[in-house]
Design a protein around this ligand. Structure first.
Ligand code: TYM
Length: 336
C-alpha cells in the first residue's frame, strides 16, 4: 500500500513552479492513494519570517491546496507545527544523519550563499526535518519537483542507517515521484535559473495569486530567442541548454494542457513566439484563474481554512504519535 506525503513551505506566495512541479501531481495522486500534504512552517523559519506574514502564508498555503482540488476530508492537509512528532523525530534523525551528508546538500549551499557561517543551524539541519516529516508516517512515496531529489536520497540514507544501527527493518525506503512535463520550471527571465518565490524579480515567475492581466504581461515579457517555436522536444540536456527559455515555455504549456512536449511541438512548432505566447497566456489564465478565484474566496474565511488545518493535523497526530512512540522505545528512551 502506497502512502503519499509531501510538503510546501509557506515562505511567500506560491508559484507556477510549485503548482506544476508538485501541487498538480498531488491532486492527481489522491485518486488512488492515501495522501498527506503538509504546510511546512517549521521549515519556513530556517530563514527569518515576519510572524504575521508566516501565519498569513500558512493559511494561504492551505487555501491554495484546497482551491487546487485536494480533498481535505478524504485526505489530509496539515500544518507541520501542529504535529509535534515531526520535530521530535527530527531530533533523533539529527543524531543519525552525519555532518558529511549535510555538507553535500546543494540547496543549503544555494540558500546560505557565500556567508555560510551566518546561516541558521536550522537551515543546515533542514533535510533531517524533511526526512522526519516523511518517515513519521512511514510514507512510501513523495511527489516533488526535481530540486528536492537530493533531499529524498538523504531521507533514504537516514532510514537505512536507522534500520541498520538498531538492527531492524523499521522505516521504509521512500521513493520520489517526479513526473509530468514541468518537473523543473525555470525563471521567465533566465532559463538557467529555477522559478522561485525568492527571486527578486516578480517578472521571473507567475504567482498563483496573479491576475489575468499580470499573467499576460509576464508571459509577453518572458525571455525567448529569435528563432521559431521548436518542432520537437529537446533530445538531450545539451539541446535543452541551447534554448532553455524556449523549452521552458513549451514544458509549461504541455504541463498546463495535460499533454506532452511532443504534442505541443507538433501543434505549435515553427510558429513565432509572439503567437505561441498568446496561446500560452490563454491556457494559463483558463487553468489558473479558477484556482486563484477560489483562493481569494477562501482568504475571506480564515476560520474555515484554520479548521481544515486543525482537523488534518489532529488526524495526523493520531497516525504519527504511535510511530514516534515506537521510535522512542527503539532508541532506548523510558516510557513517560
Ligand atoms: P518548496 O516549498 O520549495 O516547494 C514545494 C514543491 O514545489 C516544487 N517546486 C518546483 N517544481 C518545479 N519547478 C520549480 N521551479 C519548483 N519550485 C518548487 C518543489 O520541488 C516541491 O516539491 N523542502 C521542501 C518542502 C518539504 C517537503 C517535506 C517536501 C518539507 N518537508 C517532505 C517533501 C517531503 C521545499 O522546500 O519545497
Amino acid at each position: 500500500m502506497k502512502r503519499i506525503f509531501s510538503g510546501i513551505q509557506p515562505s511567500g506566495g506560491f508559484t507556477l513552479g510549485n503548482y506544476l512541479g508538485a501541487i498538480k501531481n498531488w491532486v492527481a495522486l489522491q485518486k488512488d492513494f492515501e495522501c498527506i500534504y503538509c504546510i511546512v512552517d517549521l521549515h519556513a523559519i530556517t530563514m527569518f519570517q515576519k510572524p504575521d506574514e508566516l501565519r498569513a502564508n500558512s493559511r494561504l498555503g492551505a487555501a491554495t491546496l484546497i482551491a487546487a482540488g485536494i480533498d481535505h476530508k478524504k485526505h489530509k492537509i496539515m500544518l507541520q507545527s501542529m504535529v509535534p512528532a515531526h520535530a521530535q523525530l527530527a531530533w533523533v534523525f539529527n543524531c543519525v544523519a552525519r555532518v558529511g551528508w549535510m555538507n553535500r546538500m546543494t540547496q543549503f549551499k544555494d540558500k546560505a550563499g557565500k556567508d555560510r557561517d551566518s546561516a541558521s543551524l536550522g537551515l543546515y539541519a533542514y533535510p533531517s526535518l524533511m526526512a522526519a516529516d516523511i518517515l513519521v508516517y512511514k510514507a512510501t512515496h513523495v511527489p516533488v519537483g526535481e530540486d528536492q531529489k537530493q533531499h529524498l536520497e538523504l531521507t533514504r540514507d537516514i532510514a537505512q542507517k536507522f534500520n541498520h544501527d538498531y538492527g531492524l527493518d523499521f522505516f521504509p525506503l521512500t521513493e520520489p515521484l517526479i513526473f509530468g512535463e514541468a518537473t523543473r520550471v525555470m525563471s521567465l527571465r533566465d532559463g538557467s535559473k529555477k522559478m522561485s518565490k525568492s527571486d527578486p524579480s516578480d517578472f521571473s515567475r507567475i504567482n498563483l495569486t496573479d491576475s489575468a492581466e499580470q499573467i499576460a504581461d509576464k508571459i509577453r515579457k518572458a525571455k525567448t530567442d529569435p528563432h521559431a517555436v521548436p518542432d520537437a522536444p529537446p533530445a538531450s540536456e545539451e539541446v535543452r541548454a541551447q534554448r532553455p527559455e524556449a523549452y521552458n515555455l513549451m514544458g509549461i504549456y504541455a504541463a498546463l494542457a495535460d499533454t506532452t512536449m511532443a504534442a505541443v511541438a507538433k501543434e505549435h512548432g515553427g510558429k513565432q513566439f509572439s503567437a505561441f505566447k498568446n496561446a500560452l497566456t490563454e491556457l494559463a489564465v483558463a487553468k489558473l484563474g479558477p484556482i486563484t478565484s477560489e483562493m481569494r474566496r477562501l482568504e475571506k474565511d480564515p476560520g474555515a481554512v484554520d479548521a481544515v488545518l486543525r482537523d488534518g493535523s489532529e488526524r495526523c497526530r493520531a497516525m504519527a504519535d504511535p510511530i514516534l512512540e515506537e521510535v522512542y522505545r527503539i532508541v532506548g528512551f523510558l516510557k513517560p
